[in-house]
Design a protein around this ligand. Structure first.
Ligand SMILES: O=P(O)(O)OC[C@H]1O[C@H](OP(=O)(O)OP(=O)(O)O)[C@H](O)[C@@H]1O
Ligand SMILES: Nc1ncnc2[nH]cnc12
Length: 179
């Protein structure tokens, strides 16, 4: 494990049985509160974004906003929020999906992504992969190209990587930590 991975891992708190029994919640708030760790994470994700030739970052509400926005600024690309249904005022594309604890629907402003865009999806956790998969479907439906998915951590035992594979269409899934 690299020094950066060790730093990031040391700032993630395990919370058992949250938000429901049987779930080990990975809390990133200690990492966000530590400027050295937050900076290292932002720089690493920005590097992946630039390397992939992305023109936009899609951040997934809500924790993907916290990570994705500074990464977009750092990488010099635009930021597009993918929000839970009912929060965006303009014309939207919507996609329903299931996650580790429940189900949800996400939306994006249709005009924020165009055929000229290569899009990197940024989020904190890849669990079942349902959220990321739905976001890739939205990106493609908007006519844009998928540059990849970059997450802080991947919960390997939930099989998100395999679920995401078809929607990725050969684009990379990068996880900085595998737990
Ligand atoms: O791979 P999946 O099974 O889809 O789960 C991963 C998603 O779940 C969490 O978000 P959540 O929907 O809990 O929303 P939040 O960021 O608002 O807390 C996390 O931030 C990811 O977006
Ligand atoms: N175990 C978990 N911890 C944090 N975020 C999550 N999103 C889905 N599963 C999660």
């Amino acid at each position: 494990m690299t020094d950066i991975q060790e730093l990031l891992l040391s700032r993630i708190r395990d919370v058992p049985d949250y938000p429901e029994p049987g779930v080990m919640f990975k809390d990133i708030t200690p990492l966000l509160a530590d400027p050295e760790a937050f900076n290292a994470l932002t720089d690493t994700l920005a590097e992946l974004t630039v390397r992939a030739g992305a023109t936009k970052i899609v951040g997934l509400e809500a924790r993907g906003f916290i990570l994705g926005a500074p990464v977009a600024v750092c990488a010099g690309v635009g930021f597009v929020p993918v929000r839970k249904a009912g929060k965006l005022p303009g014309a939207t594309l919507s996609q329903a999906y299931d996650l580790e604890y429940g189900s949800a629907e996400i939306e994006v402003h249709a005009e924020d992504l165009t055929a000229d865009d290569r899009v990197m999806v940024v989020d904190d956790v890849l669990a079942t992969g349902g959220t990321a998969e739905a976001s890739l479907q939205l990106i493609r439906r908007a006519g844009a190209e998928v540059a990849g998915v970059s997450v802080l951590m991947e919960l390997g035992f939930l099989g998100g990587r395999a679920r995401l594979e078809p929607a990725l269409g050969g684009a990379p899934l990068e996880s900085l930590l595998q737990v």
